[in-house]
Design a protein around this ligand. Sequence first.
Ligand SMILES: [Zn+2]
Length: 389
Amino acid sequence: MKAHILILLFVALPCLATGCHTPSSSIDGDPMLSVNTLIDAPDDYAARRVGTDAYPIPPYAKFLKGVRICLNPGHGGDADRRGFKRGPTGVREAEMNLRVAQYLRDFLVACDADVKMTREDDVLLTYEERAAIANDWGADLFVSLHHNAIDNKPEVNYTTVWYHGEVSYRPSNLDLARYLCDGLYDALALPRITDVPLKSDHLMYKDGFAVLRHAKVTAALCESSFFTNPDEEQRLRRPEYNLREAYGLFIGLARYAAAGLPRARLIASPNELRAADGGADKRSAMPIEAMTMTPTVSNESGIVFELDDGLRRRKAWGHERNMILPDTIAVRIDGRRVQHEFHDDGSRYLLRVEAPVERPPGSYQVEVQFQNMNKNSVLNPYFTVEYGG
Ligand SMILES: [Zn+2]
């Protein structure tokens, strides 16, 4: 009971101070058509607080450096749809999503992550356009930012993070979702949870969320809390609460990067195979020297990958030890599991599979999966190989 009263006080006090039950502008006084429904904050609100005692940058956040993160604030350009994605007093989801994304960007940029936003303004983009921004850029991670809604259940308020399809669809999506969820748990500390917070988008639609379905990079979609909960709606108007949420997402991403982002790189194929670059991994994720080394591990023809556990290159004590869980290594050609050879000489990992010699000439998809010692999976596991027969 005491805790209940404390929570109510916490919610009520800022509202008394700011009069936050009235959206700041509306069309014809109709709150369900209003815009700028959040409490105003200066443009540098987050930037001035990044790295302060309240929002410290942990030392492990240094591993975000150079990680390409595409942030996708959900919705936008939809204020004229009366009541669309709005809380009980008319606060718009599109606006809270954008502000959380902007604040999250400030944290990430402070750690030298590469950040791209799918939208900076209150504009409408299709789901395909949003995913294409991440795909074409060669993002490592694609994070969609949303807040949730439910009809006729104002008491509901918890965090969910969504992945596409089956758990096997792209295991790295689960890594991203898990770290984001844990960060949100810590930052928002909502009193209620759903018992399994990582959800498949097939629960919502037969083909899942379009934005996740079109993503060709590691992707997840956060529904951080429910704006249909009246208390939460008012919290979500406040810049300090948006910043707290952004900080939780930032911490989640920093922990993920610190645990190592595994990658695979196609480094050689036999003469009759012309390799196309792997998946959406358009840039060199591996050290340059990896590309100039002897391309095969044996005299037999085969397809050779160099694996990167995301950890060894830090040269920490013990870095020459194997940090890839051998039983998690799996290679599939067009979905069919094939034999592989795994070699670790203490400085680099090589993975070799036979060319699809028994198959007709054509284009084959090769999938390379493994987990590093922190159970993180390959960011971009898909490669296209042309087999000439
Ligand atoms: Zn949404």
